[in-house]
Design a protein around this ligand. Structure first.
Ligand code: SF4
Length: 207
């Protein structure tokens, strides 16, 4: 397999954290459908997805910055990276990745993992250490700072490794039926409540 062929979109990290099957359907099988939540998220990202650079005294802001990690087999882009001019960091400064999200949810972990994956890509590309980034919620215009501690880094790397294994195996994980399916745009394609092979005959008889 060519090096670039094994790279997976960074968004797979958040998808895997939300539901392994969803990650497989999107990144392995290439399936996608949109619901209200994904459409709102897409509209928000359309506003920040145009590459650009903004400069102010003491900082630079890069939008839609291309990212890549050969170590974690990830590729994608950061919505925004703010570079703070700080001692100990060569120009353009200390990177601070910011990921835009539609609205705050109860579980921030999925988005934190994705943000940390962006930081790990930047660290590999720039050969420096990035202590923190932030999630920005477009609906409420609130920001949540995310420190990239050892636990978050380990978890992110474990997810990236698991995704690589799934891609190499060519097997989409089994459904994980639960309340989260109500928010999943792939529900109609996934059919999470269809019985497993052992109960298929029984299911067809009942139908
Ligand atoms: S419908 Fe449920 S099990 Fe299927 S991909 Fe979505 S969240 Fe996962």
């Amino acid at each position: 397999m060519e090096d670039d062929e094994r790279l997976v979109a960074i968004s797979a990290i958040e998808h895997w954290s939300f539901c392994r099957r969803q990650c497989g359907l999107i990144h392995l099988e290439g399936l996608w459908t949109e619901n209200v939540l994904t459409a709102e998220g897409r509209r928000l990202h359309e506003q920040v997805d145009l590459p650009g650079l903004e400069q102010r005294p003491g900082l630079k802001k890069a939008r839609a910055l291309a990212l890549r990690s050969d170590r974690l087999a990830l590729v994608g882009k950061a919505d925004m990276v703010v570079f703070f001019a700080e001692p100990g960091y060569p120009p353009p400064g200390r990177p601070f990745p910011v990921e835009y999200k539609r609205s705050m949810r109860n579980n921030f972990r999925h988005a934190e993992l994705q943000l940390c994956a962006q930081a790990l890509c930047l660290e590999e590309m720039l050969h420096l250490s990035i202590p923190a980034g932030a999630l920005y919620f477009g609906g409420s215009r609130r920001r949540r700072e995310v420190p990239f501690d050892a636990r978050l880094r380990e978890e992110t790397e474990a997810v990236a490794t698991a995704i690589t294994s799934m891609m190499l195996s060519g097997r989409t994980p089994a459904p994980e039926p639960g309340p989260k399916c109500d928010h999943c745009s792939l529900r109609a394609l996934c059919m999470p409540l269809l019985p497993g092979p052992g109960r298929l005959a029984e299911y067809l008889r009942e139908m």
